[in-house]
Design a binder for this molecule. Sequence first.
Ligand code: BG6
Length: 483
Amino acid sequence: MVSRVIPVEPFDLVIFGGTGDLARRKILPALYRRFCDGQMPSEARIIGAARTQQSAGDWRGWVGEALEEFVAAARREPQTVAAFLERLDYLAVDAKGDGGWQELCDRMREGVVQAFYFSVAPSLFGDLAERLHQFGIARADARIVVEKPFGTDLASARALNRTLSEYFSETQIYRIDHYLGKETVQNLMAVRFGNVLFEPLWNTQYVDHVQITVAESVGVGGRGAYYDQSGAMRDMVQNHLMQLLCLTAMEPPSRFEPDAVRDEKLKVIRALDPVLPEDIVRGQYKASDKGPSYREDAENEASRTESFIAMKLHVANWRWNGTPFYLRTGKRLKSRKSEIVIHFKEPPHSIFDEDAGSRANVLSIRLQPDEGIDLRVTIKEPGPGGMRLIDVPLDMSFAEALGADGADVPDAYERLIMDVIRGNQTLFMRGDEVEAAWAWTDPIIEGWTKRGDRPFPYDAGSAGPEEALMLLHKDGRRWREIG
Ligand code: BG6
C-alpha cells in the first residue's frame, strides 16, 4: 500500500511530566514512530519538562531506553533513533514555583505550532496554565493537551474546565480519551457512515441489543492506590466505554468535523436514562495463581471499589427506545478482549419450517486484539436433508485483509498527538461532553455509597461475577464469550 503520510507543520511540543510513565510508555514512542514514518518535519522539536534537574543529554539517554523498551526492534535503526533524539531538548521547571519558566519562554520559537502536553496530575493543570500565561509563553493559538482523569465527579470536572478556560479557549484544549485514537474505534464511524448497508438497520426496529465489552486480563497491580479511589466506573466507563457507546448510538453528523461529531455524541449522553440499581453489577477479583486479590492489590482489605462492572443502559430517543445497551469492563478477566457487538433481531416472519432453525445476524467490531469486523449471516447448511439454517461468519481481520499495513496498527497516541499539531479536535472530548458524562455517572456512584453497596467477588480468569451473567439471562439474552 502506498504510504499516505503527510508531514505536519513544524512544531514545538512541550511535554510537562516529561520524565513520567505516560511519556515513557506512550507519548515518546508514539512520536518516534511518527518520526520514522516521515511525518515530523525537520524543524519539529520536543521539549521535556519536569521537576528533575538534568541535562538534555541525560533526558535523551532516558528516552533512548524508553524506545528500546516500547518500540519494536525492527523499527529501531540506530541512525533513526539518533536523529530522533537530536530533536529532543529538556528543561527543569517547577510547576508550583518560578523556576525554569523564563528559560522555557526563551526557547519557544515564533512561526511554529505550539503545543503543551500536560502529562501530570490534574491538580497541577491550573498551575501550569497559569505559569504559561504569566510568563507570556503560550500564544493565542497554542494548544494544550490534557489527560484523564478529567475530574473525579461533575464538580471537580467543572472546576478543571473553569480553571483551564481562564487561560485557554475551548478550541485550544485537547482532552484525550485514548480510545478515540484507536484505529478500530475510528473504524466504527467508517463502518456506520461509509456504507449504506448498516445505517438503515441501525435502530430499535432491527437491533435487538448491543453489547460493549472491554475486558482486561491484567489486575490493578502497581496502580492500586489510584485505582481504589476510582474503580472501573470512573476509570473506564465514564470515559472509554461512554465514548464507544456514543459512537455506536449517535446520529450521523452532517460532516466529519469536530463540533458536528461532538454535538452528536453529547446528545447520546444527555439521552441516557438514569440506571436502576438492579441493572448494575459490580465485582472484585479474588486471589488466584495469577496474582493477589483486588483488595490485596489495592492494599485495602475493606475496599468496596469495583474492578468489574456490568450494566444495562437505555438511550431514550426515537432511534433506540426499547434496545438495551449492555456494557461491561473489568480487570483479571479471562482474556484481553474489546468489542462492540450489534445483535440484530430475527427476521419478522420465517418462511422455513420451525426445525430449520432461525438465526439473527450479529455484527461485531473487534477493537483489540486481532482488530477486525465479523458479520454472522444465515445460510443453508450444505447437503441433503432439506432446509437447515446455520450462521456463518463473514470475517475480516485487518491483519489479513490489509496485509502488513493492517497488522501494523498505529498506537492511539500517534494519531492523537498528530491531530493536536494539525489542530483537529474531532477525536478529543469537549468540556460539555465530559461534564455530561460525569452528570450521568455521579448519581450512580452516590447511590452505591448511600446503599452501602458491595461488589461481588469473582474468580480471576473468569467472565466476572455470576450476577453479571444473570443481568442478561433475566432478559433472555447471553453475553458473548470473553475468551
Ligand atoms: C486506561 C485505564 O485509561 O485504559 C487503565 O486507566 C486501562 O486502567 C487502560 O488498563 C486500557 O487501555 P488499553 O488501550 O490497553 O485498552
